[in-house]
Design a protein. Structure first.
Length: 111
């Protein structure tokens, strides 16, 4: 029987180290293990939160830049429309002058 008690105390060969430990050691190790696991979980959660905040910041920067570009495009389109309308007014004013000169040239050519 002493061999059986010794086998129970020290564990049977081939079993993991956890099973070979005494009950007091197993309990002490189990009480420390959640702290390590919680620390790992906490650092993982912290990393996830940091990445989420970073992504949110990038999204905000992209949104601001996009809105700035859209406002610049609208401004350029308004300037282009103003230039086109100025050309249209000048073309409307020049058309009678060109037609008058064309009529004068045609009359001189027919004489």
């Amino acid at each position: 029987m002493p061999k059986m008690e010794e086998a129970q105390r020290w564990g049977v060969a081939g079993k993991p180290a956890e099973e070979r430990r005494t009950p007091g050691e197993q309990q002490e190790r189990a009480s420390k293990q959640p702290l390590r696991r919680n620390w790992r979980d906490l650092s993982g959660v912290t990393i996830c939160i940091a990445v989420a905040v970073l992504c949110l910041g990038v999204c905000i920067v992209v949104f601001v830049r996009t809105s700035e570009l859209q406002s610049r495009i609208v401004s350029l389109e308004q300037q282009r429309d103003a230039h086109l309308s100025a050309w249209m007014l000048s073309l409307e004013q020049v058309e009678p002058v060109i037609l008058g000169r064309l009529d004068q040239i045609l009359e001189e050519g027919s004489k």
